[in-house]
Design a protein around this ligand. Structure first.
Ligand code: PMP
Length: 425
């Protein structure tokens, strides 16, 4: 029996499904998940010491590649001074200042420990600030697993074809309006009908949890306009896109300014960190200044903050994002060319260090279009690539990630593998 199988069998006895987050279980692609014991740069090694080129990057954080020496050193240095204080520390100010300096929409920011906490807190804040209950989210966007957001959510939920989670009473989601991404008229209609009750729109401004789906020209602008007009707040969930698609996230790329932004992944450099921030008058509604309660035992953890700070510093080096985008372009263009040569209906899209692969003709603009991808072909591709030593996300509905350690050589190796695999589909 292989070591991965042995570990998976053992894990399944004491961990539900053998994993601590569902998509890791390979349920939608079949087969045995790889148990990772080490990661360095663009590579991960499983329990059998098999090396893979990794395009998951811990689902986004590993933008500098795994175990970047400066990040590891910062973590080691911080750890020696104590793992958690439950009292304020200077690093928290440093990272708050670093985030605010980079994202003009953020005047004040509160740290949490995950993306889920960030979005859950941002929604509560929007409701507290406006005194309204209803929220708008979009089909296929995932904002973590807070009850009111598990409504036809994407990501793992989409993979399992399960539109809502058991355990969420319908009363908990009665205030959540779910609309189609890239359908501004539906948003306009919702505001016309219930504008006075809508606290906020929450949106992945470039969606990455129904695979990668970009907003149509004008879509985000319309959301901004409607929110302003009706006194609702616009929340950009940049947990995935923040510092991943460019130095100022999607807000920097589009010039659309949200009222609240949620962050996680990259800002923790691989450690558990999330954040929500925005205009000072909004953020001052949070406890202890205001009536919106929010707290966390490990929030602003000194070791996690140290990893995040050095990561943000390294991302600010001139040309970082140009180079990252160049590598992502090489990967997606190369894959498209090989697929075309093999006669496989396939398309690919990217922004910064984030990409989408679609087994269909044409880049999808909506959840419905993403849903029309050829899942069987994706599964064959996924396993074929895994055999060739390339680890893509084990689901047709996830975006992929390139790091600054994905050199030309690494991309070329990936493309050579893909050429072989496309020929077998
Ligand atoms: N929002 C978005 C856009 C995400 O991509 C994710 C995680 N993939 C979350 C929220 C939830 O973050 P976490 O898994 O850290 O709770």
């Amino acid at each position: 029996m292989s070591r991965n199988t042995e570990l998976f069998d053992r894990a399944c006895k004491t961990i539900p499904g053998g994993v601590n987050s569902p998509v890791r279980a390979f349920r939608s692609v079949g087969g045995v998940p790889r148990f990772i014991k080490r990661a360095q740069g663009p590579y991960i090694w499983d329990a059998e010491n098999t090396q893979y080129i990794d395009y998951v990057g811990s689902w986004g954080p590993a933008i500098l590649g795994h175990a970047h020496p400066e990040v590891i050193e910062a973590v080691q240095r911080a750890a020696v001074d104590g793992l958690s204080f439950g009292a304020p520390s200077e690093g928290e100010i440093d990272i708050a200042e670093a985030i605010a300096a980079r994202l003009p929409s953020i005047e004040k920011v509160r740290l949490v420990s995950s993306g889920t906490e960030a979005t859950m807190s941002a929604i509560r804040l929007a409701r507290g600030y406006t005194g309204r209950s209803k929220i708008i989210k979009f089909e296929g966007c995932y904002h973590g697993h807070a009850d009111s957001l598990l409504v036809k959510a994407g990501s793992g939920m989409l993979t399992f074809g399960n539109p809502t989670s058991a355990g969420v009473p319908k009363e908990f989601v009665q205030h959540t309006i779910v609309l189609d991404f890239n359908q501004p008229e539906a948003v306009r209609a919702a505001f016309e009908q219930q504008g006075n009750d809508i606290a906020c729109i929450i949106v992945e401004p470039i969606a990455g949890n129904m695979n990668l789906v970009k907003p149509d020209a004008g879509f985000l602008e319309t959301l901004r306009e409607l929110c302003t007009q009706h006194g609702a707040l616009l929340i950009f969930d940049e947990v995935m896109t923040g510092f991943r698609v460019g130095p100022q996230g999607v807000q920097g790329l589009t010039g659309v300014t949200p009222d609240i932004t949620t962050l996680a992944k990259v800002i923790g450099g691989g450690m558990p960190v999330g954040a929500f921030g925005g205009r000072a008058d909004i953020m001052d509604c949070v406890a202890p200044l205001g009536p919106v309660y929010q707290a966390g035992t490990l929030s602003g953890n000194p070791v996690a903050v140290a990893a995040g700070l050095v990561t943000l510093k390294l991302l600010s080096e001139p040309g970082f994002y140009d180079k990252l985008e160049q590598q992502t372009r090489k990967l997606t263009q190369g894959l498209s060319e090989h697929a075309q040569a093999a006669g496989i209906p396939f398309s690919a899209d990217f922004v910064g260090g984030m990409f989408g692969l679609y087994f269909r003709d044409g880049i999808p603009r909506s959840f419905d279009e993403v849903s029309s991808c050829n899942i069987d072909q994706f599964k064959q591709f996924f396993h074929g690539m895994l055999e060739q030593g390339v680890y893509f996300a084990p689901s047709a509905f996830e975006a992929g990630f390139v790091s600054s350690t994905h050199t030309d050589e690494v991309i070329e190796q990936t493309l050579a593998a893909a050429k072989k695999v496309f020929a077998t589909l």
